[in-house]
Design a protein around this ligand. Structure first.
Ligand code: AHR
Length: 497
């Protein structure tokens, strides 16, 4: 038995809906034959796959980071604008792939408008720098009347693209990054780039690169060095993390939210340390702009040395357990809604994506699509603290942790309370009780769960709906206490109003 405490008086913070962001990189088949495929029977006049656009809208994604990723660190944005027949084919050094440049800045902005998402842009601080960032920003955001915005107008976009959030490079701490830098080198470049970009458009939100993952030898020190230089110039610091089972240790994998939680706590502490050093009133917030389950062990050496045309890269097929973990990672992001303001599920289509496509064929929802879509659709505007007393599970990676992981949201306009709960235990059904007296009268309107006796079940083109959320019978409120049964390795959304 477990008891979950929640009260409208105990608020984490208001939810920034950019927490439900995603990521489109020129990598594998994310762009080409993912979101863009002019030859596809469902392509619109711009060559965008309308079947994919419909799934993106259903997923509830709010903001999308583009164009990379490692790709951005050797990308010339100028190659991807203007008449398509004049655009060069280029070798992308990040993925050793031929980039046909048939999809670029203007296409992504047009696609984002159709998808109903806010574009988030990354600039190349690997092979390029201040001038390129300023020129790209001018091309995108300035009104007509000078050279670069006039080029945008000539390319068909009269109005400025008005992109508000800009990332200052990508994973610049990683030796794999083209143009990789030390913390000091990056901090200086980010500082000067931010300064120059703010001269073009003072109201931007800027994201400084944090560490590529919490296991980097410079983790913590990197964030401190970068923020000491850029504190007054940037708004967010980035975090990236991918999770997978290691050495068959599924128990630790199901508890991967612990790792994300600890990483967020560490970065918040580091940012606040710099705040104290600077005697600043400003609070740096977090952009968790790459996160997901990614089976890196499935793709050793996939990059290889052969130069490839557009072809599959890291197309993970996700299981029920993976979806439970993705649901629990989203819970973690919500639990930190006071500091995490942007988060991007990486990536959107095909490349470790919630959506999969066949070239010329079908598009379908992977298992991880479902907890994301339901959370994005139903999470209310205020995140509430939850505390759970109940069973614990032993994990090799994180020690003894609570079996249940939870968050709750409240929507003032409707009075709806939504509980998001994961049972991370591999064995043992948990009977959950949630006293709700502090909210007044509430009834259960919906309880959906992602759970399957076959935890390795997946969705495929042949069986696209093998794994879907299913309604749970028997959940109800009696004398102000909500009771629900949570089987092992399961994700739940319980709506009450
Ligand atoms: O999302 C795949 C890659 O993972 C991105 O290009 C890079 O930023 C990260 O290492």
């Amino acid at each position: 038995m477990a008891r979950l405490a929640v009260d409208p008086a105990f608020v984490v913070g208001s939810l920034d809906r950019r927490l439900f962001g995603s990521f489109v990189e020129h990598m594998g088949r994310c762009v080409y034959t993912g979101i863009y495929e002019p030859e596809h029977p469902d392509a619109d006049d711009d060559g965008f796959r309308t079947d994919v656009l419909a799934l993106v809208r259903e997923l509830g994604v709010t903001a999308i980071r583009y164009p990379g990723g490692n790709f951005v660190s050797n990308y010339n944005w100028e190659d991807g604008v203007g008449p398509k027949q004049d655009r060069p084919r280029k070798l992308d050094l990040a993925w050793r792939a031929i980039e046909p440049n048939q999809f670029g800045t203007d296409e992504f902005v047009a696609w984002s408008r159709k998808a109903g998402v806010e574009p988030i842009w990354a600039v190349n601080l690997g092979t390029r720098g201040i001038q390129e960032a300023v020129e790209l920003l001018s091309y995108c955001n300035l009104p007509a009347g000078t050279e670069l915005p006039d080029r945008r107008v000539a390319n068909g976009s009269k109005e400025p693209h008005d992109i508000r959030v800009w990332c200052l490079g990508n994973e610049m701490d990683g030796p794999w990054q083209i143009g990789h830098k030390t913390a000091d080198e990056y901090a200086r470049l980010a500082e000067e780039t931010a300064n120059a970009m703010r001269r073009v458009d003072p109201g931007l939100e800027l994201v400084a690169c944090g560490s590529s993952n919490a296991g980097m030898p410079t983790f913590g020190d990197w964030e401190r060095t970068v923020l000491e230089r850029t504190y007054d110039l940037v708004d967010h610091i980035s975090l990236h993390a991918y999770y997978e089972p290691k050495d068959g240790d599924q128990a630790s994998f199901l508890a991967a939210a612990e790792e994300m939680d600890r990483m967020i706590t560490s970065v918040v502490a580091t940012a606040d340390h710099v705040k104290a050093l600077k005697r600043s009133d400003k609070e740096i917030t977090l952009s968790f702009d790459e996160w997901n389950v990614w089976y890196q062990q499935h793709f050793p050496g996939e990059l290889g040395l052969d130069v490839r045309e557009v072809s599959p890269l890291i197309e993970d097929t996700y299981t029920v357990d993976d979806a439970v973990v993705v649901g629990s990672l989203l819970i973690t992001l919500l639990r930190h809604a006071d500091r995490v303001k942007i988060a991007c599920l990486a990536q959107l289509v095909n490349v470790i994506g919630p959506i999969r496509t066949e070239p010329g064929g079908a598009a379908w929802r992977q298992t991880i699509f479902h907890p994301f879509a339901l959370t994005a659709q139903h999470a209310g505007s205020t995140v509430l603290r939850t505390e759970i007393a109940g069973p614990e599970v032993d994990t090799r990676a994180y020690g003894r942790v609570p079996a249940l992981w939870s968050t709750a949201t409240y929507e003032e306009s409707t009075g709806e309370v939504v509980l998001f709960v994961v049972n991370r235990g591999e064995t043992g059904t948990v009977e959950l009780e949630v006293p709700l007296h502090a909210f007044g009268h509430l009834e259960v309107t919906e309880h959906l769960a992602l759970h399957d006796d076959d935890r390795a079940a997946v969705n495929t083109a042949a069986q696209p709906d093998r794994v879907v959320p299913r309604p749970v019978d028997g959940t109800g409120v009696d004398s102000g206490i909500c009771r629900a049964t949570l089987p092992p390795a399961s994700w739940h959304m319980i709506r009450l109003s």
